[in-house]
Design a protein around this ligand. Structure first.
Ligand code: ATP
Length: 292
């Protein structure tokens, strides 16, 4: 049995940090949006134990890989004897790594979706709880679309999709660790908080001008890399209605009304940066595309 799953990236249309729990986890309020930039994850039931391969040789293929940990957690949860019933995973990476696009979380969610379609034992709510044990973004990656994510990011409330638009994503050739971004946030003396409620109202209104005027990310106050200003100015010169960082960065997304403008922007940025994509918002998360 082999299952192919599309694992889409996310951007944060709005991201605020509202506090910290006693256990150290940060409390967030974020508007998350899946986009049609996807890794492809293939899961086969074969052999013994869990084996993983990846098109990117700089990623771990053992416990260090979130997709591997997702397989182990799922199999332990449903009580499968891994020594007799093995799982083989292959990840075709397209989502840039350590980019603020939740690529690792998307791969982990894809493994949960694949294994659950093979074993068919875990109900959606329980699968989401299992996902939350692996990482705060993984429940959203399972569900996808547009959502308000609260608490540590795992409490989700669906929101209306944004009006039709195109997003150019550009990641400069540096990675940003999420932990380091939170550490810098904790050192901030004064924080300017994004208007997350403004984004929720704008989505309900369905007006793209309101949506773009509410795009904001609190991490922009702590991630300062020279390339980010350059990417933003190229996007703005090409007609972006707004440009903003996704997650803890460093990917910048620009929102365009017209596909032609987005493609011109891609032409400019792709001459300088390796990770540049024209994408659109999509209304789903990890999705099985082949099952044989
Ligand atoms: P987020 O937006 O959730 O903070 P991110 O896009 O910033 O995520 P990822 O691409 O998920 O970051 O990778 C973060 C770290 O996780 C990397 O340093 C990488 O080594 C590790 N990692 C483990 N498994 C994966 C995977 N399947 N894909 C990408 N990174 C992975």
């Amino acid at each position: 049995m082999s299952i192919l799953v599309k694992a889409p990236a996310k951007v944060n249309l709005s991201l605020d940090i509202t506090g910290r729990r006693d256990d150290g986890y940060h409390l967030v309020r974020m508007v998350m949006q899946t986009v049609d930039l996807c890794d492809i994850v293939e899961v086969d039931l074969c052999g013994e134990g869990i084996s993983l391969s990846c098109s990117r040789t700089d990623l771990p293929v053992d416990e260090g890989n979130l997709a591997y940990r997702a397989a182990r957690l799922y199999l332990d949860h449903v009580g499968v004897d891994k020594t007799k019933n093995g799982v083989s995973i292959h990840i075709q990476k397209r989502i840039p790594i350590a980019a603020g696009l939740a690529g690792g979380s998307a791969d982990a969610a894809a493994v949960l979706v694949a294994l659950n379609s093979l074993y068919g034992q875990v109900k959606p709510d329980a699968l989401s709880n299992l996902a939350a044990k692996l990482g705060a973004d993984i429940p959203f990656c399972l569900q996808g679309g547009t959502s308000l994510a609260q608490d540590i990011g795992t409490t989700l409330s669906p929101l209306p999709s944004p009006p039709d638009c195109f997003l150019v994503l550009c990641k400069p050739d540096v990675g940003v660790s999420t932990q380091e971004a939170y550490r810098r946030f904790d050192d901030l003396v004064q924080v300017s908080h994004p208007d997350v409620d403004g984004m929720i109202d704008a989505l309900a209104d369905g007006n793209i001008d309101f949506v773009v005027s509410s795009v904001n990310n609190v991490f922009e106050q702590v991630i300062c890399i020279p390339e980010l200003d350059h990417i933003r100015s190229v996007m703005n010169n090409c007609g972006a209605m707004v440009s903003c960082m996704s997650g803890s960065g460093p990917t910048i997304f620009g929102i365009f009304r017209k596909e032609a403008e987005a493609k011109i922007c891609w032409d400019h940025l792709a001459q300088i940066y390796n990770d540049v994509f024209v994408t659109r918002p999509i209304a789903y998360g990890c999705k099985i595309i082949e099952n044989h």
